[in-house]
Design a protein around this ligand. Structure first.
Ligand code: ADQ
Length: 744
């Protein structure tokens, strides 16, 4: 309701009250004035009687009524006195002035004068009747009738009415004006306070909120707004929701069932020999988590490095195998690499060169000529595989990540009509940082073979465009984020990656939060009262695991009350362990964990539990649901999917996410406690705050985070990219048709 509505609500009853008051008050006022005037006229009558008494007694004694008559006429000249009459003691009218009405006799006059309002209507209007004794020494000598004009009283009463009505009207106007002014001020102040609270939202300092008189109101208001937003989104319903069905329909309508190929280094399923048999597992990788649902939806071909020990055993003659095991929804085409090739292309150039080059984590990139050569060769091998797998001249090829910077241009050289979508899963640095790469031009040229080049954030897009501007002769349309390089156009766009939102069936299959907690506590030998925080990562120096452990140590230093009550569980899957940097990193984490545990641990308590192994999806979900806090403290991260998985697992809308500002996810997940992981104090304080966070605030933040992740899910990520690809293909088809018409 706006301020006018508010004022109207107040003013209408006020005005009605004034009207009713006037309506009731006026008759009372009339009676009151009449009584006052009656009293006044009686008094006046007494005075007139006193002044005439002597003349009357003398006149009666001398029987000289004509002199008396003259005296009466003189008195009756008073404008308020209408007539005068004189009665004998036996009530006979013996003398009267000319205007005395015939209808009134002495008896009537006596009767009327005895009433509370002694008045009577005569021809000239209403008159007040006074009946006064003229006393002499012998007793009552006569009685004097005085008829006073009442019309002036009516005039005065009318005047008084006017005054009263004017006064009430004025009062009404003044009160209305004051109300409007006060309401305006109050409304503005109220709105400002409410806005301030709402702007601060869930991130407002708790103390400020508590201090504010609006705090309870703001909480209600926010809850109501969230409900309204919920209702709104629900009302839009499936229209907005991205799911496999919508993605499939998009593939069929916009890409008309065109062929889709995915290229990534990591394969989505790894077959390993174990205990004499073959077992299959899914690797711990954000990329696989993200792209797998897309492939399931469009049943294409996924080309990847066959890295499992039993991979060759399960493929056909063309190195193909149908996956996922059991449901077999798409084809996995494996590419074989020798250990030397893998060393140079994957560990060497991609992970010792490009990975640290793109992540600002203060680890120096290493560039070796031999690694670069391998990288080129393997990119070419994958490009050849794409061409071999393609059944059409213009397939849609999704190239994944920094292992294949050269692939887009290599595919373009063989399949010029292909639509190539490259997605760079890691950050893109600024031109200066990227400039230290000896093959910077080749890498940029390779990437610009793409039709569409995607990054997680606009910031990474901007860095890439500036890098091209710095090192290549390219035309850049900043307005449309399009780079034209050697006859080809590349659209640079941001597509924030996400996870597959768990279906109702999946969520229903999860054990309850209490069961997850019990099971995790039992497994780790913890009391169920423990306050649990978790971290889930690959062992990678960009993930900020050391910084996280330092924050836990600082928390226990600053707040010793958590000692014995708080446990941090770090799940870390070994990763790239053949690289020295990664082995050292894992050692440092183990040493730091041991030191902190030695410092704060007791015989029955360790503040940090390090689980250095891969966990299956079920175990990771169980941990997400058991914990109260999830710590994501990446020093630099393209997006980070762990934080989104944690939020998706919390269908109880509880739990607190602590998220690094340097993860791409921080741009979307603003309701998390955002921290700078380099600032140990800030991270420790966030941990403390998370441990103390009231349940309503947890719910509020978590509900909002869940809404975001649910809506911006992986199908949307893929859908937006594929829709852009569809538009680009349509445009090229139309251009080709126009071109044909020109030549015919
Ligand atoms: P990653 O660097 O691999 O991905 P991230 O996005 O956090 O990082 O994904 C990790 C995935 O592995 C998650 O699905 C997680 O559940 C899983 N995982 C981690 N540790 C595990 C463990 N010990 N056991 C089992 N599973 C584990 C890269 C970029 C990211 C980007 C993704 C997707 O570095 O910034 O978000 O690609 O684009």
């Amino acid at each position: 309701m706006n301020t006018f509505g508010l004022q109207a609500r107040f003013l209408v009853p006020l005005l009605m009250t004034l009207v009713v008051t006037a309506y009731l008050a006026l008759p009372v006022l009339d009676r009151l004035t009449l009584r006052w005037f009656s009293r006044d006229l009686n008094l006046r009558g007494e005075l007139v009687t006193d002044s005439l008494t002597d003349s009357i007694i003398d006149g009666l004694d001398e029987n000289n009524l004509s002199r008396l008559s003259l005296a009466f006429e003189r008195v009756a000249r008073d404008e308020r006195l209408v007539a005068v009459g004189l009665c004998s003691p036996s009530d006979d009218l013996i003398l009267h002035t000319k205007a005395f009405p015939r209808s009134i006799g002495c008896r009537e006059a006596r009767e009327i004068a005895g009433q509370p309002y002694p008045q009577i209507e005569i021809a000239g209007g209403s008159v007040h009747v006074g009946f006064h004794n003229i006393s002499s020494v012998e007793g009552v000598a006569a009685r004097l009738i005085l008829l006073h004009d009442l019309s002036f009283i009516e005039r005065r009463s009318l005047d008084t009415r006017h005054y009263l009505v004017t006064l009430l009207a004025l009062l009404g106007v003044v009160v209305a004006l004051i109300t409007i002014v006060v309401a305006q001020f109050m409304w503005r102040g109220w709105i400002a306070s409410a806005r301030a609270l709402l702007d601060n939202g869930g991130l407002a300092d708790v103390k400020t909120l508590a201090a504010s008189e609006f705090a309870p109101l703001a909480a209600d208001l926010r809850a109501r707004l969230r409900d309204l937003e919920d209702e709104f989104r629900r009302s839009l319903g499936p229209e907005l929701e991205w799911n496999p069905a919508r993605l499939r329909s998009l593939l069929h309508t916009q890409l008309r069932g065109d062929e889709v190929l995915v290229v990534s280094n990591r394969e989505p399923y790894i077959h390993d020999t174990q205990e004499g048999g073959v077992m299959v597992r899914q690797p711990a990788s954000g990329l696989v988590t993200a792209v797998e649902p897309v492939m399931r939806a469009c049943s294409g071909t996924w080309i990847a490095h066959g890295s499992g020990s039993a991979d060759r055993l399960v493929v056909d003659a063309q190195s193909r195998v149908r996956v996922p095991p059991g449901s077999e929804e798409y084809t996995l085409r494996r590419i074989w690499l020798t250990p030397e090739e893998e060393q140079g292309y994957y560990y060497g150039f991609a992970n010792e060169g490009l990975w640290p080059l793109c992540h600002v984590a203060h680890v120096r990139p290493t560039f070796r000529e031999a690694d670069w050569e391998r990288y080129r060769e393997i990119n070419q091998r994958f490009a050849d595989a794409v061409v071999a797998e393609a059944r059409s001249e213009d397939p849609v090829v999704l190239v994944q990540d920094y292992h294949f910077a050269l692939l887009p241009a290599m595919i373009r050289a063989q399949l010029p009509k292909a639509t190539i979508l490259t997605f760079w899963h890691i950050p893109w640095p600024n031109p200066e940082s990227f400039g230290i790469c000896p093959w910077r031009r080749e890498i940029l040229q390779g990437m610009l073979g793409s039709t569409i080049l995607g990054f997680h954030t606009r910031f990474h897009c901007k860095n890439f465009i500036e890098t091209v501007d710095r090192y290549l002769e390219a035309r850049i349309e900043h307005e449309h984020s399009i780079i034209s390089y050697q006859d080809d156009e590349t659209l640079i766009e941001s597509y924030p990656i996400s996870i597959e939102w768990p279906s109702e069936k999946t969520a229903a299959s999860w054990p309850s939060i209490a069961e997850c907690r019990q099971s995790v506590c039992r497994r780790l030998g913890l009391p169920e009262t423990v306050r649990l925080a978790i971290g889930v990562d690959r062992f990678d120096y960009t993930k900020g695991i050391l910084e996280r452990l330092n924050a836990v140590e600082r928390l226990l230093e600053k707040h010793p009350e958590w000692c014995g009550r708080f446990v941090f569980v770090q799940v870390a899957a070994p990763s790239r362990s053949t690289l020295e940097e990664y082995r050292n990193f894992q050692d440092r984490i183990e040493q730091l964990t041991a030191r902190i545990n030695a410092r704060f641990g007791r015989s029955d308590y360790l503040p940090i539990i390090l689980l250095a192994r891969h966990h299956d999806h079920h175990a990771v979900t169980e941990l997400y649901r058991a914990a109260e806090i999830c710590l994501v403290t990446s020093l630099h991260d393209g997006m980070n999917l762990v934080c989104k998985e944690f939020v998706a697992a919390r269908d109880d809308e509880r739990g607190v996410l602590i998220l690094s500002r340097f993860a791409g996810a921080a741009r979307e997940m603003t309701e998390a406690l955002i921290v700078n992981p380099y600032h140990v104090e800030e991270s420790a304080d966030a941990l403390h705050k998370a441990l103390l966070m009231p349940l309503p605030e947890q719910r509020e933040r978590m509900a909002s985070l869940r809404m975001t992740v649910r809506e911006f899910n992986v199908y949307r990520w893929a859908g937006r990219m594929l829709a852009d690809a569809g538009r680009s293909r349509l445009r090229r088809r139309i251009e080709a048709r126009v071109e044909r018409h020109r030549h015919t």
